[in-house]
Design a protein around this ligand. Structure first.
Ligand code: ZN
Length: 437
């Protein structure tokens, strides 16, 4: 498909005119229930896709249309998903070495799961920069890789424990220098670790503030990893664009208003906090068809391993109670109007790359967001954070997912994917899976 569009683009360029007639890549999708998470409406109708974008909702195909017509009667269509917090090396395997799938394979897992972009928030700086360039050059496909490239933290702070080189700093000046150096490599966001009460060292408040200010000078958004509510408070006050993770314990009552006042968004990553417990104690989670398609046998076996499960049996009730409090906090943030954006923290325990996007949507629903709000967090708002125009309106990027059953009735129906469209092309999902194996 890409190949053809390059050829037709070349022909058009050579002829020196704007194309009037559709080329073979154009799509006309008919009869779907079109979900617009932005306007919270559903309309049954058609979508015309040209040159990778939505070209309108005409009642019939334009005259001379020679693209592909796809009948979607009875199906549900929404903007594709974006994961704003992952580590794309692969999947964690509790009690064992991780499944090192590599970013290109993880990108195919994401696309299979209806997710057309993902934000890697720390891996190997040079490696991720090279992968991002290679993908842009067409060397591998799947969902689009965005990356913080590095993780800015204190010497011996969180992110230094993985054996992957990262950027450490102790003073505001060091933060400024490091962010300026990193900015030259065009990270899609700058990620900081700010966790004052952690067992590991953390950068201090003035260092964080200087780093955030330097990133914003370069026009780059910041995502700050926080551990406690006090960390979150200070990160918001320091000017973070986004805070990621949901601290344990009751949220201070003024927190939603504080985030709103500063225009800070939350990437709560409920999956990474709550799901390991569910994976160990609720076998249905890994029995879901999408989990079966994407989680390797080693990953699945680790969550069935009695030795792993046994370690959490005694503390299950206590951990489950903490998990419930987290849901309450996320629900209260959303209720107050703080933008909630989808992130999974893929690569950690209790996550499976691609599948966890759908698990996070279920958890956001459990937290009290209605289905429109969940889809908005997972698609249009998450994409907007990366500067991408996702949606179902004319002009939006044609990155779409089609479901057999309505996610508005039950958010777990996002797993009933029958079609994925990326950049205006129909994705061959079966081929993606073969590649994954
Ligand atoms: Zn993370």
């Amino acid at each position: 498909m890409k190949f053809q569009s390059l050829i037709s683009a070349a022909i058009v360029a050579a002829a020196g005119f704007t194309p009037v007639f559709a080329d073979a890549d154009d799509l006309f999708l008919t009869g779907a229930h079109i979900i617009d998470p932005e306007t919270r409406t559903v309309e049954t109708g058609n979508i015309l896709i040209r040159e990778g974008r939505i070209a309108g909702h005409p009642a019939s195909a334009p005259d001379g249309f020679d693209g592909q017509v796809i009948a979607l009667d009875g199906k549900w269509l929404a903007p594709a998903f974006v994961d704003l917090h992952t580590h794309s090396f692969g999947d964690a395997v509790p009690g064992n070495r991780p499944e090192g799938l590599g970013t290109p394979t993880v990108a195919t897992h994401y696309l299979y799961a209806g997710t057309t972009a993902f934000l890697d928030l720390f891996g190997h700086e040079e490696g991720l920069a090279a992968l991002r360039a290679a993908q842009k050059a067409g060397e591998f496909g799947g969902a689009d890789l965005y990356a913080s490239l590095s993780c800015l933290t204190a010497p011996n702070g969180h992110c230094t424990e993985y054996g992957v080189p990262t950027r450490t700093m102790s003073t505001p000046e060091e933060a400024r220098v490091s962010v300026a150096e990193l900015a030259a490599k065009k990270p899609d966001v700058v990620k900081f670790v700010y966790s004052q009460s952690d067992d590991m060292p953390s950068i201090n408040n003035t260092t964080l503030t200087a780093g955030i200010a330097e990133a914003s000078k370069h026009g780059i958004k910041t995502v700050v990893h926080v551990q406690t509510w006090q960390d979150m408070r200070e990160a918001v006050e320091a000017g973070a664009t986004a805070v990621t993770h949901t601290p344990e314990g009751d949220m201070p009552a003024d927190m939603p208003a504080l985030l709103k006042a500063h225009g800070t968004v939350s990437i709560p990553t409920i999956t990474v906090h709550n799901e390991y417990l569910d994976y160990f104690f609720d076998s249905s989670i890994l029995e879901a068809p999408m989990a079966q398609a994407l989680a390797s046998e080693r990953v699945q076996a680790a969550y069935r391993d009695e030795k792993n499960i046994g370690r959490y049996r005694d503390s299950y009730d206590e951990r489950k109670a903490k998990a419930e409090v987290r849901l309450t906090s996320v629900g209260a943030l959303a209720e107050a109007g703080v933008p909630i954006l989808l992130g999974t923290d893929g690569g950690n325990w209790g996550t499976v790359q691609g599948y966890s996007v759908h698990r996070e949507m279920i958890l956001l629903s459990d937290a009290g967001l209605d289905s429109f709000a969940v889809l908005k967090a997972a698609s249009t708002d998450a994409a907007d954070f990366l500067g991408l125009d996702y949606g179902v309106e004319e002009g939006a990027l044609a990155n779409l997912v089609v479901f057999d059953a309505s996610p508005l009735d039950d958010i777990s129906n996002t797993q009933t994917i029958s079609l994925v469209i990326k950049d205006g092309d129909v994705v061959d999902r079966a081929a993606l899976l073969q590649k994954a194996e």
